[in-house]
Design a protein around this ligand. Structure first.
Ligand SMILES: Nc1nc2c(c(=O)[nH]1)N[C@H]1C(S)=C(S)[C@@H](COP(=O)(O)OP(=O)(O)OC[C@H]3O[C@@H](n4cnc5c(=O)[nH]c(N)nc54)[C@H](O)[C@@H]3O)O[C@H]1N2
Ligand SMILES: Nc1nc2c(c(=O)[nH]1)N[C@H]1C(S)=C(S)[C@@H](COP(=O)(O)OP(=O)(O)OC[C@H]3O[C@@H](n4cnc5c(=O)[nH]c(N)nc54)[C@H](O)[C@@H]3O)O[C@H]1N2
Ligand code: SF4
Ligand SMILES: [Mo]
Length: 678
């Protein structure tokens, strides 16, 4: 039996394990004991991921749709058809008529080539990925406050924080190894935990203060905490003076956020807001950990900026065990952003509109880059398709027919595309809409790197040969590019990484050779002798001075009314992942949570004559689904459900109102009602 060390393909924690291979098959896995983050442990998803690699429903040959159903085809025929269709759309309507979505589950090397393929071959800047649904507001917000959109500190530093503010992050379900190995260790060492979440999540039960706020009122909460901190003189004057700008405007804007007003807006007791503010300002160093409860709102960017304001006000950034820590969702969503799979940025966050950056990439790639005019986020693509402007789409490893907001619109758009290519491991709900399906292989069948939430670039190592005729994404992209007349040819992922290193300064020192030496390197790592960076903004912020920016509370796009009196908010559960393509095929995980449910407060349930376990209908202005009612510790007037179940997809209900700054949809608040099923 061979053991191959690699990185977990699920969440951004970046745990490492050994895949155990016998006769070309993955038979099991074993967690790495030496890895600094997982230290011998894995969550139930990572521990079972080997079970899905050889699943009988893996895509093994290209598929072409004919007369409404798929038939198998050769790679040559599939490439030929794609070349012809994309080629003719390009010729007739130009690159603006095409788009590409890439996969945050794929490697950095795959993602780098995906955006290069889009920009150089399809001649389009319509390129995006699931970060748009996830941390787009973090990138926009933290770049404007600090100059960098990444997690400021490292996972292990959380264990030494004196205070943890966990806001809109259900870490024990979504980042379990961070919760178990580091947040719980901080609690054992006496840290104060504050949890701001409308639900009584597991960690709320261990918090000194739980703030079950009304969804969408985080700015009101944070502004009120800051105003109280200022009134009590608990702010860090020295830090503000030396390291920041814009303080006076912030102070002015905060004045109206009295404890009484904050309590009224958030629905929280004033006393609890005060206690949270005092703990956060006094117990140093204090870390903020946040996630989708903050980002997935029409005011997501404003939420993120408020968090940055609070951290700077108290001097809790640029030092060990403090900071602003957005936990990245997928295994490689940090990397997909670093690689420039965003319409706003080239690799390394070089602005697409910056002439110098454009020239550099044009000369490296030997092409003219598409003009930078209109930014079409993936969340806008559906309207663009329905308006007839976007005609061809290439989707690599995203299951948008489950994961985008307001699914009925997305489905209409997918049906009206002239040509859709989906490159996938399984025939997903999205792949069903495709004209051509290309079989990609999993992480176990390829080499590359993933970048975890703490900016740790780690190796993914090939353990077995690709199953059937499936191929790694990077190779498919290279072969297709060649076929379409652009020279994109590499010996393998290491050569792709060498090109990345030449073009992205923060990756410059990260060679495959060095990655053999330990468990990855944390960017920025500007040279071969640089040890990597544990925390950011130490002596100066990436942008120079930290920038305070006042933000005002604004209610969600949809507020409860008579017809839809409840607020629906959505999210994830420990045992399932993404839109479920891997975890629903893993028997032990599927057994744990086989069907969809909706959490409801017992008081609301009594009023609506709903009992625990009843089947109910959940209805919004956009659609209706069924699920099982589960009486739970959740704010009165709020209901919550997971979004991954294809037979009961919460995104039939969600609102596709977007944050105008970054294009993230309001997954975390829409108006709904719930009725017993007759
Ligand atoms: N098991 C599992 N783990 C995962 C994933 C998965 O699918 N399954 N997906 C990965 C991905 S892609 C991501 S992005 C991360 C996401 O990880 P998280 O963001 O931690 O997960 P969510 O469940 O989306 O939302 C977190 C919490 O936000 C709360 N919330 C809802 N509305 C509000 C609000 O208005 N304000 C505040 N303060 N809180 C609110 C919810 O009650 C929920 O407990 O998880 C990653 N890890
Ligand atoms: N209502 C609601 N909706 C949400 C959210 C929410 O909180 N509420 N959260 C949003 C967030 S944060 C996210 S990140 C999205 C996630 O939404 P998606 O990105 O659509 O979800 P996944 O199921 O993770 O999709 C990844 C796909 O990649 C495939 N895959 C895996 N490895 C590879 C590979 O190496 N190559 C290729 N080509 N394919 C591969 C898998 O089979 C899978 O189908 O959902 C969003 N939708
Ligand atoms: S915590 Fe995340 S990275 Fe670690 S085993 Fe679980 S899913 Fe994988
Ligand atoms: Mo995500």
């Amino acid at each position: 039996m061979k053991e191959i060390l690699t990185t977990c393909p699920y969440c951004g924690v970046g745990c490492n394990f050994y895949l155990q291979v016998e006769n070309g098959e993955v038979k099991g896995l074993r967690p790495s004991k030496e890895h600094p983050i997982n230290q011998g442990s894995l969550c139930p998803k990572g521990a079972t991921v080997h079970q899905v690699i050889h699943h009988p429903s893996r895509l093994k040959r290209p598929l072409i749709k004919e007369g409404g159903s798929f038939r198998e085809a050769s790679w040559d025929e599939a490439y030929g058809l794609i070349t012809e269709k994309f080629g003719s759309l390009l010729e007739k309507y130009g690159g603006e008529s095409l788009g590409l979505l890439s996969s945050a589950m794929a490697t950095n090397e795959d993602n780098y080539l995906a955006q290069k393929f889009a920009r150089a071959v399809l001649k389009t800047n319509n390129i995006d990925q699931c970060a748009r649904l996830c941390h787009a507001s973090t990138i926009a917000g933290l770049i404007s406050s600090f100059g960098s959109g990444a997690m400021t500190n490292s996972i292990a530093e959380l264990a030494d924080s004196a205070c943890l503010l966990l806001i809109g992050s259900n870490s024990s379900a979504a980042h379990p190894i961070i919760a178990n190995n580091f947040i719980k260790k901080a609690l054992q060492r006496g840290a104060a935990l504050i949890v701001a979440d409308p639900r009584g999540i597991e960690l709320a039960k261990r918090a000194l203060v739980h703030l079950p706020l009304k969804p969408g009122t985080d700015i009101a909460l944070l502004n009120t905490m800051m105003n109280y901190i200022l009134e009590e003189g608990l702010h860090d004057e020295q830090f503000i003076e030396a390291r920041t700008e814009g303080f006076e405007q912030l102070r002015e804007a905060l004045r109206s956020y009295t404890l009484e007003r904050g309590a009224a807006l958030t629905g929280l007791p004033a006393e609890d807001i005060k206690r949270a503010a005092e703990l956060y300002a006094k117990r140093k160093p204090a870390s903020i950990v946040y996630c989708m409860g903050i980002t997935q709102h029409q005011i997501g960017t404003g939420n993120v900026i408020s968090i940055a304001n609070l951290a700077m006000l108290t001097g809790n950034v640029g030092r060990e065990s403090s900071g602003v820590n957005p936990l990245r969702g997928k295994n490689n969503v940090q990397g997909a952003c670093d690689m420039g799979v965003l319409p706003e940025y080239l690799p390394g966050y070089r602005p697409m509109g910056d002439e110098g950056a454009r020239r550099e990439f044009e000369s490296a790639w030997g092409v003219r880059l598409p003009e930078y005019q209109r930014v079409i986020w993936c969340t806008r693509m559906w309207d663009e398709i329905l308006a007839g402007r976007l005609k061809g789409l290439y989707i690599i490893g995203e299951n948008i027919a489950i994961s985008e907001a307001n699914l009925s619109k997305v489905e209409r758009a997918l049906r009206s595309l002239e040509f859709l290519v989906v490159q996938e491991v399984f025939l997903t709900e999205t792949a069903e809409f495709a004209d051509v399906v290309l079989p990609a292989c999993t992480f176990a069948e390829k080499d590359g790197t993933f970048t975890s939430t703490e900016r740790r670039v780690q190796r993914v190592r090939k353990a077995i040969e690709p199953l059937g005729e499936s191929k790694p994404d990077w190779l498919i992209l290279c072969e297709l590019a060649q076929r379409m007349g652009y020279p994109m040819d590499y010996d393998g992922p290491e050569e792709v990484m060498d090109e990345i290193r030449r073009l992205v300064p923060s990756y410059r020192g990260i060679s495959y050779k060095r990655l053999e030496e330990g468990f990855g390197l944390q960017w920025p790592c500007p040279s071969e002798d640089h040890p990597g960076t544990k925390f950011l903004h130490k002596e100066r912020f990436t942008r120079g001075l930290g920038r305070f920016q006042p933000v005002e509370h604004r209610p969600p796009a949809e507020e409860p009314d008579e017809a839809y009196p409840l607020i629906l908010t959505t999210g994830r559960i420990l045992m399932q992942y993404g839109a479920g393509s891997f975890t629903r095929r893993t028997p032990s995980l599927e057994r744990a949570n086989p069907e969809n449910f909706v959490e409801i407060n017992p008081e609301d349930a009594r009023r609506l004559k709903i009992a625990d376990g009843d089947r109910v209908r959940i209805i919004s202005r956009r659609g209706e689904i069924e699920a099982v009612a589960k009486l739970a510790d959740i704010r009165v007037g709020t209901i919550w459900m997971p979004y991954l179940y294809r037979e009961s997809p919460a995104n039939r209900l969600t609102n596709d109102a977007l944050d105008p700054i970054c294009g993230i949809p309001e997954f975390k608040a829409c108006a709904a009602r719930i009725e017993p099923k007759k």
